[in-house]
Design a protein around this ligand. Sequence first.
Ligand code: DQA
Length: 138
Amino acid sequence: MKISIINGPNLNLLGQREPGIYGSQTFETFFAELQSKFPEVELDYFQSNIEGELIDQLHKVGFSSDGIILNAAAYTHTSVGLGDAIKAIDTSVIEVHISNTFAREDFRHTSYITPNAKGLILGFGMDSYRLAIESFIK
Ligand code: DQA
């Protein structure tokens, strides 16, 4: 099984960015943990701060991966293009967020991803990604 993780803007700074909200672990360290926890899964990881590159990556993996885990970060709340890209591809997308966006500012309560996603997992810290993998495996 092949699962692709796609992270959006500012998530390259995990570990140093607002640790009270996002924790103190880098995504690279966490990704290595995921790889050892799920040796049977072929995991790949892509991060970009650029909206069009995230869309290109969805197109790239969206016809070959068995599942996509997308944390579109701030673009979640603004990007019609990312929502349309999810509709355009074959592979199911699970939307994840590290924080509970519904417990934060009102503008974070809107998502252009959720209506097009298979499901939504949020508020469990980095563990949101693990839960999404478990869900694809089941
Ligand atoms: C986030 C939540 C978004 O509102 C925010 O813009 C992010 C991270 C999360 O994982 O909690 O950058 O997607």
